[in-house]
Every structure is written in C-alpha cells, then in structure tokens.
Design a protein around this ligand. Sequence first.
Ligand code: TUI
Length: 314
Amino acid sequence: MKSRICDLLGIQYPIFQGGMAWVSTAELAAAVSNAGGFGIIAAGGAPADYVREQIHKAKTLTNKPFGVNVMLLSPYVEEIMKVVCEEGLAAITTGAGNPAKYIPALKEAGVKIFPVVPSVALAKKMEKDGADGVIAEGTESGGHIGELTTMALTPQVVDAVSIPVLAAGGIADSRGVAAAFALGAEGVQIGTRFICSTECTVHENYKKAVENAKDRDAVVSGRGIGHPVRSLKNKLTKGFEKLEAEHCTVEQFEEYGAGGLRIAAVEGDVVNGSVMAGQIAGMVSNIKPCAEIIADLVGGLPAVLGHISEKLEG
Ligand code: TUI
C-alpha cells in the first residue's frame, strides 16, 4: 500500500486519521503515526496555545511525522496557522471552509496542506492555489458534512485534479480502503474507526456509543438550516428534529447545540451531548490499539483483491 502521499510526507501507509474535535488528541495522533499512518491533532474550536501544547506532547510520543486539522470556522484560525508554521509540522488538513489565503504562508514554512473538499469546484481551486493534495470527504462522514457521497465525489475529484486525492467517509476496513483506491484515490482518511481505539482519549461512554451503534444510528441534523452535522441519534438529535420541524432560526439551532460535542466527548454525557460519528459506526464493534487497526486495514487487502479478481475475472 503505497502512493505519492507516502513520499510527500515520509510515511509508511497513506492512511490519515481524521481530525475530530475533542477526540483527536496528541495521544491518538502519535499512536497512528507510530503505526505507520498519519496522525492528526484536531484544533477544533480550541485556542492556539492548546494546539501548541498538543503538538509538543505529540513530539514526546512519536518521532514520526504528524499533522494538525484546522477547522476554519474557529475564531483562532489565524493564530493556529502561525503555530503550525512555527512548529514545522509536516502537514495540515483543513475543514469547514476554503483555506486559500493561508496557503502561501504554509508553503513558505514547508507545511504541506490537504484541504477537505466537498465538491469538484473547491478541489480544482485548491489545486490551482497550491494544495499538495485534497481529501474528498463524503456525506457518510461524522461531524460537519457536505452533500455528495464518497462513492460519487471521489472519482469526480480524481478526474478533475492531478494532485493526490484521499477518500474519506464510510471507510473502516480493507474493503473500504480497496474501494477508495478503485475510485482513483491514493489514500484514505479514517475517523470513526479510530474513535474506538485503545489510545483514543475520548470518554469511554463515547466509545461505547460508537461500538453499540447500528447501521442507521448516525443521523444528520441541521440540513434544513444549511449546517448539516452527523451524529448518533439521542435526546439531542431528537431536540434538533423538533426545532427544525418548528422552522427555528439558525441562532436558536446553534444555541441549542452549543458545547454539545464537549459534553459528550469530555463529560461522557452521550444522551444530551453531540456524539459525532460517521455512518460506518454500525460496523465498528470493538476497541483495538491503533497499530492493530492499521495492520488489519493493510493486512486485509490481499483477501479483498482476491475476492475482486475471483468475482470479476471469473
Ligand atoms: O470539518 C469537518 N467536520 C467537522 S468540523 C466540526 S467542528 C463543529 N462543531 C460543531 C458544529 C460545527 C462544526 C465537526 N466536524 N469536515 C470537513 C468538511 N469540510 N466537511 C465539509 C467541509 C467543507 C464545507 C465547505 C469544506 C469546504 C467548504 O467550502 C466552502 C467554500 O467556501 O467553498
């Protein structure tokens, strides 16, 4: 399992760990990088000092390359971009917006950039602006999502750009990895599977909720107000449903959900909090060390390829 992404970053496998706010801490990122993937610390909505501390912590836990995910709706984006440049990170990923204006400074500092793109148009723009690769993230993903599925978005992005494409959304085993490569991707980004890892520091209740989730439990709230977020069905998502049915304002919706992710991830209140997870949560039913998760993803590929050639070549 090799691609241009491995050479760009000096990593063994082109497997990015999703930058999940309140979930993707230094411990998780370091464990993924130590296992040959690319671990990513999520900046989420946290201040730049937190991000710097997390980077320093990860540097004590691994000597492999790792990155930071910058959520572009954060009020601290400018300072966080300065921190990632000063710390000489290998790469960042971005989400929830267009990072074009930060690309020149990142390039100057030697930090590679992989924006998450929900559309072909943004993928093309990112290539033109100097991105090193793009992450085609399908609506199967957890958290803040776009409209298109991984299956439809990935090959369209692959056809539109020459830089490497990673596929994300709905991938948690070797079948998903092989499918992503079949669509032309040269790497994958995996979030939900890594929530249920030994090294993930999220509250145990959050891990259990993902482990116990079934196929239709990861639902979307906020589509009606133009801010779709996927999380596990609970009292909070039922409240969102009610608010949307009553044609609430964006402000009312945001006020109801404020702080929900921290309540679930840190306090472990998975009834009233926001348990962001992707549709593939239904297939995640155990907790394993990151090294084992990655060994399974890679080690399972020959059997998947055997199945494909047996069924397709007769
Ligand atoms: O960013 C994510 N997923 C996230 S961010 C997040 S933090 C949060 N917490 C509470 C409420 C809202 C957010 C939780 N999950 N994924 C990457 C992603 N990026 N998904 C969609 C996009 C995206 C959307 C529009 C990327 C670019 C974009 O561009 C618009 C434009 O300006 O062209």
